[in-house]
Structures are given as C-alpha cells and as structure tokens.
Write a protein that binds this ligand. Structure first.
Ligand SMILES: O=P(O)(O)O[C@H]1O[C@H](CO)[C@@H](O)[C@H]1O
Ligand SMILES: O=c1cc[nH]c(=O)[nH]1
Length: 238
C-alpha cells in the first residue's frame, strides 16, 4: 500500500530513518554513506532511500520544510511503514552566543509557535522532548569524537522570516535558554510521543542570529558529514 505522498511498499523502509528537510541532502546521505542504497520514494521529489550503514538497515527520507510537511512523512513512516527510530538531521540558526557556527545542537526539547502542537492540548503546554536514550547516545558520541555540541531547548518555528528582523522576533525565548531555531523538531517529538516511537533532532548551526556569521560552502559539507555519521551510528546503535 502506498500513500498520496509516498509510493514505497511496506518493508521498503528500515526501522531506523534519518530525516533531513532537504531532498538533495537525503540523496547525498544515501549516495555517500549508505552501502547498497536504493531509492524508495520520489513522489513530489521528496526523496527516500534505504540501504545499510555498518551492515545494519537504515533509511533516509526528506521531510520538506516546516511542521505540516514533516508531519505527513513522519505519520506515514510510523503508521504505514513501521519506522521506530526517527532522527532529524537538520540545520538551525543560533540564538545563544555560546553556540558557534558548525556546532552540533541536540534538541533535548523543542519549544514551538506551531498550532500543530499548541492547539492539541487544551489548557496544557505540552513539552515535546527527545528520546532520552537517543539523546544520551548522541551526546556520548559527540563527546568521544571531540565535537563541539550543545544539548538544550530548540525553537521549532512555523516562521522563517519573522516580522521583526533579527533577534527581536524571538522575544522572551532568548532569556530562557533557547539555543537554536529550526522548523520541525517539535512536531517530530509530538508524533513520536503519540505513536510510541523514538525520536531525536540533531542540527548543525549554520547561521548565527547574534553575530550574523554563516557557514561557508566548504564547512557545510564537512560539518554535515560529521553530523550524519554521528546520527547514523545513533540510529543503528553502532
Ligand atoms: O536544513 P533543514 O533540515 O531543511 O532545516 C532547516 O532549514 C529549513 C529553513 O531554511 C527548515 O526546514 C529548517 O528547519
Ligand atoms: O529554520 C532555520 C534554519 C536555519 N536558520 C534559521 O535561522 N532558521
């Protein structure tokens, strides 16, 4: 059975799936890291691939940008394709001076402005959180490899271009330790909680909203490589 967004067959995805926003990042991951990659989805060019990493089955599926788009792919991966471990490998902006360009940001929790999460819990402010085992494994591996990393509160915003430019748009979040901004982690964590699977978001900080420093094209390639290798090891338990 396929879906309106995915023509893969049941069994085409591994239980462990990496989730970049960018379809070309999905292709790059499959072609440069997977052993024996095969494409399993191309609907809307939101590419998905399955292969192995260190001999263990693993998939990568692009989610597009934003929580509504990620929500479609993740819902189907879990409920149609049986995925159990979902690791977003993304890019994020920096909201805290201690986070430098190229640093890894592990989203321990994800604050959000998204109605997808906010409107579901009535009077409660649900706190979307990472799976502790995946988070601990990622932090341990980052530590062992000597990577600069930060585990903390990520903002998953529905808005890339805030009305107030620069830091103004982030208001009180800046005084409350939020370290980065991207657009998907909160919905990923909410869906993982709802359906009883494991999820983690790992991002490379590519543009600092405080210093306006940005990652260069060369640095982007090598930084993303380190992040993907770490995420693959966490995903398959290597
Ligand atoms: O690099 P990806 O994974 O797409 O992540 C970030 O980049 C996009 C915005 O430019 C959003 O999807 C945001 O979450
Ligand atoms: O969502 C994102 C991703 C990267 N950088 C940002 O400022 N926002």
């Amino acid at each position: 059975m396929s879906t309106p967004h995915n023509h893969a067959k049941p069994g085409d995805y591994a239980e462990a799936v990496l989730l970049p926003g960018d379809p070309l990042r999905a292709k790059w991951i499959a072609e440069n890291f997977f052993e024996a990659p095969r494409q399993v989805n191309s609907v809307r060019n939101c590419l998905g691939f399955t292969g192995t990493w260190k001999g263990k089955p693993v998939s990568v599926q692009a989610t597009g940008m934003g929580q509504p788009s990620l929500g479609i792919y993740v819902h189907e991966l879990i409920n149609v394709y049986g995925s159990k471990t979902l690791i977003r490998v993304g890019t994020c902006g920096g909201l805290n001076a201690k986070v430098k360009v190229r640093d890894l940001v592990l989203a321990q929790a994800a604050t959000t402005d998204s109605g997808i999460v906010k409107d579901r819990f009535g009077p409660y402010n649900f706190a979307p959180i990472a799976d502790f085992g995946l988070l601990r494994a990622a932090a341990d591996k980052a530590e062992a490899r000597g990577f600069r990393y930060h585990a903390g509160n990520m903002l998953s915003s529905d808005i890339f271009y805030h009305r107030e430019p620069g830091l103004e748009g982030y208001g009180a979040l800046l005084d409350h330790g939020v370290i980065g901004v991207e657009m998907e982690a909160a919905a990923l964590y909410m869906l993982a909680a709802r359906f009883g699977v494991k999820a983690l978001t790992v991002c490379t900080m590519t543009d600092c909203l405080i210093t306006h420093q940005e990652i260069s094209a060369d640095e982007r390639q090598s930084s993303l490589r380190e992040m993907v290798e770490l995420a693959l090891d966490v995903a398959v338990g290597a």
